[in-house]
Design a protein around this ligand. Structure first.
Ligand code: NAD
Ligand code: ZN
Length: 253
């Protein structure tokens, strides 16, 4: 791994603008399981007898909000999770002026907690919730309260998390900003994503930078062949090693 991390470091020294695109694997070292890998919730959670893709769909939310919220609270919310070295490393690279954006499929808010400022959340955030009737906004607290169905304190309407469920479209603004960031970058780091979820995974085709495409993922992905550098390793450990190359990171991480 040492040589690969050295190569990544060299790329970061050479490039003008790097962008990061990540998924659930970025947060597994913070204790939040991903969806599709061996230990992901798609394989480990069988108790509902319905595929998770169905429970996490718009139709299911509308028809059975009580079951949706049971599943969502049990498996999607990890309020005590804290950022790991990957989140901290990305925030550090942004402060250095080399990384212009973190584009994430995650909904956990850990990039912001680690100090990243430009975070494009393609699938929304568990920290934003709104009333489906009067559109009043709420934080995560109201979801964590434990009422079977979170209700608006103003009008009693059902509260929905601002996360993109299956059958729902991505936010156009977030998507177009992500595409611009990728088009302007000369180095793209992709990490902790199986690259199976479209349209998010299709974002890679907008990257034409000449410094290169770096893929950091524990398991193989269908797009490994497209990358200039592939690192099959835990992303937190990769970033921990990367930060060792930057003496100035030691005081801040
Ligand atoms: P995925 O579950 O499809 O794939 C995760 C990938 O990360 C796997 O290929 C796995 O090999 C890799 N991985 C796991 N741990 C890793 C580590 N420590 N280092 C490097 N690689 C690691 O996830 P996805 O492609 O991101 O898509 C799942 C969808 O589920 C996303 O759209 C996201 O919205 C949602 N999700 C979010 C969270 C979160 O917010 N933390 C958690 C689970 C799922
Ligand atoms: Zn309301």
């Amino acid at each position: 791994m040492k040589d690969s991390v050295q190569q990544l470091y060299n790329g970061l020294l050479t490039c003008k603008k790097a962008v990061f695109f990540g998924g659930a694997g970025v947060s597994t070292e913070s204790g939040i399981p991903d969806f599709r890998s061996e230990s992901g919730i798609y394989r480990t959670v069988q108790e509902y007898g319905v595929p998770p893709e169905e429970i996490l769909s718009h139709t299911f939310f509308v028809k059975h909000p009580d079951i949706f919220y049971q599943y969502y609270r049990n498996y999607m919310l990890h309020p005590s999770a804290v950022p790991n070295a990957a989140h901290r490393g990305l925030a550090f690279l942004e402060r250095q002026g080399v990384l212009t954006a973190v584009i994430t499929q995650n909904i956990d808010g850990l990039h912001q907690r680690a100090g990243s400022r430009k975070v494009l959340e393609l699938h929304g955030s568990i920290h934003r919730n709104y009333c489906m009737d009067c559109h009043q906004s709420f934080g995560l607290d109201i979801i964590l309260r434990g009422d079977p169905l979170p209700r608006c304190t103003r009008c009693g309407g059902l509260i929905k998390p601002d996360v993109v469920l299956y059958e729902e479209a991505l936010d156009e603004t977030v998507l177009s900003q992500s595409i611009s960031q990728i088009q302007e970058a000369d180095l793209m780091i992709v990490g902790g994503t199986s690259l199976n979820v479209y349209p998010a995974a299709g974002l890679l085709r907008y990257f034409h930078g000449d410094v290169g495409l770096v893929l950091i993922n524990r398991d193989e992905t269908p797009l490994d062949g497209r990358a200039d550098l592939v690192i099959h390793h835990k992303i937190g450990e990769v970033f921990q090693r990367l930060l060792d190359f930057y003496p100035s990171s030691q005081s801040t991480t």
